[in-house]
Structures are given as C-alpha cells and as structure tokens.
Design a protein around this ligand. Structure first.
Ligand SMILES: NC(=O)c1ccc[n+]([C@@H]2O[C@H](COP(=O)([O-])OP(=O)(O)OC[C@H]3O[C@@H](n4cnc5c(N)ncnc54)[C@H](OP(=O)(O)O)[C@@H]3O)[C@@H](O)[C@H]2O)c1
Length: 263
C-alpha cells in the first residue's frame, strides 16, 4: 500500500532520514511529489537531486505535511522549533521520550521508532511504539514506511524502544565483536590473518542464515550442537561456563545505563 499522506522529514538530508526515504522510493510506496525534506545547511546528501520540496524552514515543512518525521540527532532536537499539534509525529531519534517530544512540539499523536544501520540495505529491524490517539491509518503508514527498509514490529510499551537502542540499534556491532574475538584467537593459534578474517566473515554473515527467518531458532541450533557432544559442544559449554552470558548482559546493561535507563 502506497503512502497517501504528505510526508515531511526534518533532517531528511542525514544518514538515517535519507536511507528511509531511499528504501520507500525503491519499494514504490512514496511519491516524491508529496514529500518535503529539511536541513539547516541546504545540503541534500545522498538524496541529491530528488524532486521533492527541499527547505531550510522547518515551519514550512510542517505546513506542507500531515506526517512529520523527526530525524535529527538527539542533541539537535532542542533547536527544532515546530508546532506539531494535529500532525502525526514520527521520531527515529534514540533516547528522546514521547513525553519530551510532546512537551517540545505540542504533538498529541506520536510514534517512536528505532531503525538500525541495516536500513541502508533494506535489512533494518525497526520496533515502533504508538503514543496517544494514533489512528489505524497512521499505524498503517508507519508499517508501510518501515517495512520498506526491513522488518517492522509494533511494541506494547516505550521501554522496548529504549532497550532496542542498545540491542538492535547496534546494527552489525555485536556480531562484528564476535568475529573480531574469533579472528584474534585463530591468529593466536597460528592461522593467517587473511584466512581468519575470511573464515569468520563467512561464519557470521553466511552460516547464521541457518537460523534466519521466522522458523529459525538460535537456541535450537545451540542445543543441537550440545546434544551432538562433539568438539563444538566443548566450545559452547566452555564459553557458557566462563561468562559469555554474563559479559553480554553486562554490556547491554551498560548501554542502557549510559542512555539513562528507562524513559
Ligand atoms: N544512524 C543510525 O544508524 C541510527 C539508528 C537509529 C536511530 N538513529 C537516530 O536517527 C537520528 C538521525 O541520525 P543520523 O545518523 O541520520 O544523523 P545525521 O546523519 O547527522 O542526520 C541528521 C541531519 O539533521 C539535519 N539537521 C540538524 N539540525 C537540523 C534542523 N534544526 N533542522 C533541519 N535539519 C537539521 C542535519 O543536516 P544539516 O547539518 O544540514 O542541518 C543532518 O543531516 C538520530 O536521532 C539517531 O539517534 C540513527
């Protein structure tokens, strides 16, 4: 279903705003004629030349739009002086609560979403939370927009969004950390760095497809290996006994604490 509403993106020239717009254009769900984009500098970034309305005046963007996406950095939000009463406000800003958005913009209908860096390749996992009287049509628009960049899921409370900033907001960082650790150990044991990198990249990027999709289960794969009682079982059990879960938990809790805990 195409987006019928007029859409405005504050910060539409930025990394995430343009990735979301590119995804929606590629999916054929967005008409640039109904799109407005703003920035302070007038630069157009990766959307250079797109035949939408470009403006450096956020009030003009709001006037032209029924739905306004807030896609500036969290520390830039305080400088955004717009009146979003009567609009659907969709924020992708990490760490800015619905209460803060309502307080600063007057918006009564707010969706907070948390895409991740994989939006650029159509593989974002994007949880979103609706606050206030968001209509079914508003929710359908949000689903269409974020489904164009990957997988979207409505969540029951705002904490899911704050937690997701640490969990899925990490993009490829946690698998990349596992790859770095596996590479370091392989090189330490005498393998060539090139081989170690190629092998771990394939392991993390390709072999993980075995639990991709709705029917895949990471837990089942781990259990299957443990039940097989071979050398991988020895590795998994030793990793578990020497603090793997504790390390992951401590990392995620540190991220959440840095963001100020629950909003
Ligand atoms: N990047 C990610 O993977 C990711 C993932 C999840 C959530 N997010 C969230 O997405 C938001 C945007 O992140 P980003 O990575 O896209 O940052 P970004 O590339 O810096 O984009 C922000 C854009 O906002 C524009 N801007 C700043 N102040 C403005 C203003 N007053 N009026 C209009 N435009 C303004 C800036 O352009 P000018 O300098 O030209 O004004 C800039 O291009 C952040 O809040 C972040 O928390 C990002």
């Amino acid at each position: 279903m195409a987006i019928a509403e007029r859409l405005g993106v504050i910060g539409g020239n930025g990394w995430l705003g343009s990735a979301l717009i590119q995804g929606a254009l590629a999916a054929g769900v967005l008409d640039p004629a109904r799109l407005s984009l703003s920035s302070r500098t007038g630069t157009q970034g990766r959307l250079q030349g797109l035949a939408a309305v470009w403006t450096q005046d956020n009030a003009e963007l709001v006037d032209r739009s029924e739905v306004v996406i807030l896609s500036v950095r969290p520390e830039q939000f305080a400088d955004i002086a717009v009146d979003l009463r009567g609009k659907l406000a969709v924020s992708v800003m990490a760490g800015i609560s619905c209460a803060a958005i309502a307080d600063h913009t007057g918006a009564e209908r707010i969706v907070r979403a948390l895409p991740n860096a994989a939006a650029a390749i159509g593989k974002s996992f994007t949880p979103w939370y609706a606050h206030g009287d968001v209509t079914d049509a508003g929710k359908a628009l949000v689903r269409t927009l974020f489904a164009a960049s990957g997988e979207e899921v409505e969540v029951p409370d705002e904490f899911h969004i704050d937690y997701s900033a640490a969990l899925t907001g990490s993009g490829a960082a946690f698998p990349a950390l596992l790859a770095v650790s596996l590479q370091a150990e392989a090189v330490d044991q005498g393998l060539s760095p090139d081989f170690a990198e190629r092998a771990t990249k394939s392991l993390l990027c390709d072999a993980t497809q075995l639990f991709a999709g709705p029917d895949g289960s990471a837990a089942a794969i781990v259990q299957e290996m443990i039940d097989y009682k071979g050398m991988i079982a020895a590795a998994l059990e030793t990793m578990q006994q020497t603090g793997f879960q504790a390390s992951v938990s401590a990392g995620l809790r540190a991220a959440l604490a840095k963001a100020g805990g629950r909003s």
